[in-house]
Design a protein around this ligand. Structure first.
Ligand code: ATP
Ligand code: MG
Length: 450
């Protein structure tokens, strides 16, 4: 067990103690310490009321005072402090109707979600309170609801997703009884706000192995509730690589994307959403999914809109999903690479290659690392620095020059001609000279007119 308590927290604890209150470290911090890790942040529980805490410390923000929570700012740190609570009835399945304070830490621990989250470290004595055998579950790697799982998940639907999230963050299994409880109550997730759901999904996606969470969601019915288009990918496409269905492939791809890159993780999860709807089974048994990337993009967008992901994330993910079907081979000529750069946009290329790598990883083949993508990175980097034209902005002419010097009027023809010129220079950068392009433009204009 990690035992080191930082000096600022010891000081806070002594202020509580000297005023006659008890104070415990609770939540994720104790979980981490029991597992031998240094905590990232510190949540405290106390029998002092929020008003008492405000009197004891100079700088206190009433962050959630209705629920008994305030934040102490102390020596450059911020620490959440919650008064021991008993939650009342849960008629809207998210917020207790009434919160009452209690002098008993044991009562406070009883209202918490999982046994591993009901540990409390007495900061005065260093004793660990563990009334629900959370330490044992932590050591076994088990997520277990406190008391009756069906009741706990009926009180608050968010706990369903928290169980999944902790599984992927910690690599833990959900206890079979708790899992049964989740199956019976999964629909309660629909009563939780989309923002809370999104926040859990973001935490899942930045965990080491998101597939652990999504598999539990699939088993319990939560996936069907939250992301039905992905649930529909179960059993689709098993004839593909390594016998994985599209759901398993997507989950593996998601694991294979970098944990610190939310757009790529999301794109990996969502890139094949369109496959179930685009599946065509041919007479010889082969299955194809022509055009699925466009359908995937649309379904991915619907999902991200529904759960209110930031617009920038939505745009990036859609772009990546739409372009994910390129199959780079080392014999591609530079012109093909320049076209790819133009099509995708320079600011998306790195992520698109990461997505392609994740997709390959999710293919379940023996070779985890894509054989050619490092080569692609090098070639792209070379082209980006080569001075070769890579889009309309690099053309040696623009609409104005074409108008002034080739007599081409503004309008549809101009657009067509400019696109053609871009294609021309992507194909052969040597053509990117003003006189050459003016000549091509003139001829093209004449042929359009003719
Ligand atoms: P982390 O901060 O790493 O996400 P945590 O366990 O500290 O993990 P918080 O959301 O900070 O999670 O909550 C602190 C504690 O409050 C939890 O450990 C748990 O005891 C309790 N808790 C939080 N949310 C719920 C909930 N929905 N139902 C019951 N108890 C909860
Ligand atoms: Mg916490």
């Amino acid at each position: 067990m990690y035992r080191r308590i930082p000096p600022f927290l010891k000081k806070i604890a002594s202020i509580f103690k000297d005023a006659g209150y008890s104070v415990y470290l609770v939540g994720g911090a104790v979980r981490n310490m029991v597992m031998g890790h240094k905590p990232l942040d510190y949540d405290l529980a106390t029998d002092a009321t929020p008003e008492d805490v405000i009197k004891l410390f100079h700088r206190v923000i009433p962050t959630g005072i209705r629920h008994g929570t305030v934040t102490i700012l102390f020596q450059g740190h911020s620490v959440e402090v919650t008064t021991f609570r008993i939650d009342g009835t849960y008629s809207n399945l998210r917020h207790p109707d009434s919160v009452s304070f209690t002098p008993s830490i044991e009562k406070d621990l009883e209202r918490r979600d999982f046994t591993m989250n009901a540990l409390a470290l007495d900061l005065a004595t260093g004793a660990l309170l563990d009334p629900h055998d959370g330490k044992e579950d932590l050591q076994k790697g088990i997520i277990r609801a406190i008391g009756n799982p069906v009741e706990r998940f009926s009180e608050d639907g968010l706990r369903l997703l928290r169980a999944c999230r902790f599984s992927s963050q910690l690599g833990f299994l959900v206890h079979p009884d708790t899992l049964e409880g989740m199956k019976k109550t999964h629909g309660n997730i629909l009563k939780v706000s989309v923002e809370r759901i999104r926040s859990e999904i973001e935490k899942i996606l930045s965990s080491p192995k998101p597939s652990l969470a999504f598999r539990i969601m699939d088993q319990t019915g939560l996936l069907e509730d939250i992301l039905p288009d992905l649930a529909a990918a179960r059993k689709v496409g098993e004839k593909g690589s390594a016998g994985l269905d599209v759901l398993e492939h997507s989950l593996k791809a998601c694991d294979g994307a970098p944990a610190d890159n939310l757009p790529v993780r999301l794109a990996a999860l969502l890139h094949d959403l369109g496959k179930p709807g685009c599946r065509v089974v041919h007479p010889d048994g082969r299955e194809t999914y022509h055009g699925h990337e466009k359908v995937s993009e649309e379904l991915a967008r619907n999902f991200m809109k529904k759960y209110r992901f930031p617009k920038l994330v939505e745009e990036r993910v859609c772009r990546l999903v739409y372009h994910h079907m390129f199959d780079y081979q080392p014999d591609w000529p530079d012109s093909a690479l320049r076209r790819l750069i133009f099509r995708v946009g320079t600011e998306y290329l790195d992520d698109l290659i990461l997505l392609r790598e994740a997709d390959h990883y999710g293919g379940g083949g023996a070779i985890k690392k894509h054989p050619y993508l490092d080569d692609l990175r090098k070639r792209i980097s070379y082209l980006l620095h080569s001075g070769d034209p890579l889009g309309p902005r690099d053309l040696a002419v623009n609409g104005h020059t074409l108008h002034e010097e080739a007599g081409i009027p503004e309008g549809r023809a101009m657009g067509t001609i400019l696109s053609h010129l871009v294609e021309t220079v992507l194909d052969d950068p040597a053509q990117n000279k003003k006189d050459i392009l003016l000549k091509i433009a003139r001829n093209l204009y004449l042929s359009i007119q003719g």
